[in-house]
Design a protein. Structure first.
Length: 861
């Protein structure tokens, strides 16, 4: 929380900083012993340059325990700070030297929105230029065993145990051989009655968990750490990790940037401190051990699996980003926002603002200029920030990838369009891993289509409906253990259609089911171990049987045996190393692919996994610009009128051409829309498997070029059936669709190989028309008439203007071929895709691909 200052006191403490001038404030902590109170400091203004020496504090403003604020003296004036910040400043003081630190709550005038936004924009540079980032997790609690008894019992001096920290009240860990005296002192001691009397049954062995983290970081497998198995040590060590992980720092969004860009982050918990790299190495070793070894048995006895997995997941999320940052890899907005979406922020806008410093590029405009991103602005409401972010992500990725993921929203954001991501709403566990694998699919065969924004709610695109959902299973909860997960999977399996419902034998049905569970992926543990990134890849189509799934599904008789306690050490039943690793790998794959998701079946027999919010009656839709299908729902509103609202093209397959030297492509196309639309709400992304064909139905529109399939498109919310004619790949064109709070698509027909030729009267041009498309329909389509008139007038300038660059050998329109078209009802044309043959006498051609769109009729809300 901010210092308790009124406006007058704030002006005296915070003279106006020049905005945009790279000036910051620092606090200088006056020297004092740890016990000396109150804390005294002074604020100084400094230019942020590489030569400036200071430390930067990374902490949580509140620690969630409700403790009252504490007074410190800044520039001889009392200000109140949170108890957690007070504990951090007290621990960071040195007895004989001034300590210069940057602390956001004190160094930024929190009552000045303009200064706050300006300083927030500088935070990346502030932490990156600091000599050391001090990660303050929090102070130790009354049940925390910090290892004080070791100094009393060990036969070595305290200096060897504490390390070389300039503060005698800090026990320093290094992550190398300098820590050996501490480990020897701990492992050679026996748990005595003194500690049992002091801490009781709730003892949290903080010193012990630091020893365990050291061993893991040194490469010792988790199941080989003796103290984690011993009944007299294990519970206290695990409780120590729980105490550390309960601190609010691990869940806050701002600490991500602060840790990623820092040169030397150091972690503090009470008097203990250790380099961040020690925690990172420990996390990756545990992650490897968890997949390789049979650790579920004794961890189940300790109830420690959750805290260790939470520790590993959070640390690896940050460390993998640190590695990417150090390698100067592209840090794209969508990846960063998704990766840390589960973090918390007091101000919802900070769910976006806090990671902006990690984004190196927002993309490039058609003109070649850098795309303008988001800048912190606390005068804008959070729903407007989320809307702007989603629109920018659509433009940045030139796709609808940003619509995938959790689209549920908190109560305060219920008025936002369904396709806008509420970044303040937490995602499911491992969602960012699942979404990072979307790039492995090609639902629309890489067809991009176009997307237009109507006003502030409707999003227009193209696509078609696959089918309606007629069964939805219960959610596969994350972290519920293998047995409960298996029970949910078996329940899903019971809902499968029988082979008589169009499945080509029971074997292909089972193959489709297990491929659906893992989203047709397999897990590759660490393709690049140094990057701390786990990798997945698509399963080969030739694999019909998954032995790992069958092992995972089978209940091992040995698992019914109780984990044995032999000599005070937990010993679990042994099993083959390869068998154990394959089971663990499939469990992890299942958690990433289907965790927090629901299994569903459609009326035509498709199966898949989708968002928690889906229900029977929803539609499964293929959408151009997305690599995966979407679950859509009737918008609930008969029609939505645009009433002259601005319709702005966010991206399109089309390019705008302008003849002449120095021509530039247009960045945006904006028109006014006066049409009414039927819309669908976007519920979320889905994985769909075609169990009738035994092939993936991940929105592959190439089926139009390979098979004659009767399907339907989203049009006016109600579904119309019409055969999709065979179209050569080079003629494939999407049908028009629109998004708003919902989603709707237009009814599409494609050109066949049978063409008829007509000759226009003015100008006298031959036009090839596909079967089923008449001359009357062509001439009644006003966008075609407007385009033809504009093109004819433009070409005529070559003859009338002697200075025209093409005057000597002018280009002429020779012929037109209508490649595909879209109809609404019997006659109304939705769009035309055509090719214009524009050449000169030398046979040189101008770009001739043309896409003409009429009034929109289907939308997403």
């Amino acid at each position: 929380m901010a210092p308790r200052l009124d406006a007058r006191s704030s002006r005296h403490l915070y003279p106006q900083l020049g905005l945009g001038g790279q000036t910051i404030r620092l606090i200088e902590l006056a020297p004092a012993d740890f016990s000396a109170l109150p804390i005294h400091c002074r604020l100084v203004e400094k230019k942020l340059t590489p030569a400036l020496s200071y430390k930067a504090l990374s902490y949580s403003w509140e620690n969630g325990d409700g403790t009252p604020d504490v007074a410190i003296y800044c520039n001889s004036k009392p200000i109140y700070v949170s108890a957690n910040l007070h504990a951090a400043l007290r621990r960071m003081r040195a007895p004989n030297a001034v300590v210069r630190i940057w602390v956001d709550a004190i160094c930024i005038n929190q009552q000045d929105d303009a200064e706050r936004a300006d300083q927030v924009g500088m935070m990346r540079d502030i932490y990156q230029n600091s000599s050391e980032a001090l990660i303050w997790l929090g102070d130790s609690g009354p049940h925390d065993d910090m290892g004080d008894w070791i100094w009393d019992n060990a036969r070595i001096d305290g200096e060897s145990l504490r390390g070389t920290h300039d503060n005698s009240n800090v026990v320093q860990w290094f992550g190398d051989k300098r820590d050996m005296p501490k480990l020897k002192a701990y492992f050679s001691s026996a748990p005595g009655d003194e500690r049992a009397f002091k801490f009781g049954a709730n003892r949290c062995d903080i010193f012990g968990i630091f020893c365990v983290l050291y061993l893991l970081a040194s490469g010792v497998p988790v199941d080989k750490i003796w103290h984690l198995r011993h009944v007299n040590y294990s519970a206290g060590i695990v409780d120590g990790l729980n105490a550390i992980m309960e601190k609010a720092w691990w869940q806050r969004i701002w600490v991500v940037q602060e840790t990623v860009v820092a040169k030397e982050p150091v972690v503090y918990y009470g008097k203990m401190c250790a380099p961040w790299r020690l925690l990172a190495l420990a996390a990756v070793e545990y992650d490897t051990s968890r997949l390789r070894d049979n650790i579920d048995g004794f961890f189940a006895r300790l109830n420690s699996g959750q805290s260790l997995m939470q520790f590993t997941r959070i640390v690896m999320e940050i460390e993998s980003t640190r590695r990417s940052w150090e390698k100067l890899e592209p840090m794209v907005p969508l990846t960063v926002l998704r990766k840390f979406r589960s973090r918390l922020a007091t101000d919802p806008r900070d769910k976006v603002f806090a990671v902006l410093g990690l984004i190196r590029s927002w993309g490039t405009e058609k003109s070649g200029q850098a795309m303008k991103g988001i800048t912190p602005d606390y005068t804008i409401q959070d729903d407007k920030i989320f809307f702007k972010t989603t629109v920018l992500l659509i433009r940045n990725t030139r796709s609808l990838a940003g619509l995938a993921g959790t689209l549920q929203r908190n109560a305060g954001q219920s008025s936002m369009p369904s396709w806008v991501t509420d970044w303040s709403c937490p995602p499911t566990v491992n969602e960012h891993i699942r979404l990072s694998n979307i790039q492995l699919y090609s639902a629309a065969e890489y067809l991009v289509g176009s997307v237009a924004l109507h006003g502030q709610s409707i999003l227009e695109t193209q696509g078609h409906i696959i089918d309606k959902v007629d069964y939805v299973g219960r959610t596969l909860e994350n972290g519920q253990g293998r047995n409960r997960t298996r029970h949910t999977v078996l329940e899903w399996q019971e809902s499968l259609p029988t082979p008589s419902e169009g499945i080509d034998g029971e074997y292909s049905l089972q193959t489709a089911f297990w491929r659906t569970l893992c989203s047709d992926l397999e897990f590759v543990q660490y393709a690049d171990r140094s990057a701390y990134v786990r990798e997945f890849r698509r399963l080969p189509e030739s694999i019909k049987k998954n032995e790992a799934y069958e092992r995972w599904l089978t209940v091992d008789e040995q698992s019914h045996r109780r984990t044995s306690l032999i000599g005070g050490i937990w010993v679990e039943p042994t099993s083959g190393e390869l068998e154990t690793e394959s089971k663990n790998a499939f469990q992890y794959l299942l958690e990433c692919a289907s965790g927090g998701r629901r299994f569903f079946r459609t009326a035509k027999g498709y199966i898949g996994t989708g968002p928690v919010g889906m229900k029977v009656g929803d539609s499964v839709a293929v959408v151009l610009g997305s690599r995966v299908p979407f679950i859509l729902r009737d918008g609930g509103i008969p029609r939505r009128w645009c009433s002259g609202q601005e319709a702005r093209v966010l991206f399109s397959e089309r390019s705008s051409y302008q003849a002449g030297k120095g021509a530039k492509a247009q960045n945006h196309e904006t028109t006014r829309c006066y049409d009414s639309h039927r819309c669908h709400r976007v519920i979320g992304d889905a994985y769909v498997h075609d169990i009738r064909l035994g092939t993936l139905a991940d929105m592959r529109l190439s089926i139009f070029a390979r098979q004659n399939i009767s399907t339907s498109t989203l049009s006016h919310i109600h579904r119309k059936r019409n055969p999709l004619l065979h179209v050569p790949i080079h003629r494939r064109t999407p049908h028009t669709t629109n998004f708003d709070f919902a989603f709707s698509l237009t009814f599409t027909k494609r050109a066949s190989s049978t063409m008829t030729t007509i000759t226009l009267k003015s100008p006298a041009i031959s036009v090839s028309l596909p079967a089923g498309f008449s001359e009357e329909q062509l001439l009644s389509f006003s966008p075609f008439q407007n385009w033809l008139q504009t093109l004819t007038k433009s070409l005529s300038l070559q003859h009338t203007n002697p200075k025209h660059p093409f005057h000597e050998d002018p280009y002429a329109l020779r012929s037109i071929t209508v490649q595909s078209y879209d109809l609404f009802g019997a006659k109304r044309v939705g769009f035309l895709k055509l090719r214009a043959d524009v050449t000169n006498s030398a046979g040189e051609a101008l770009p001739g691909a043309v896409f003409l769109r009429g009034p929109s009729v289907g939308m997403l809300m």
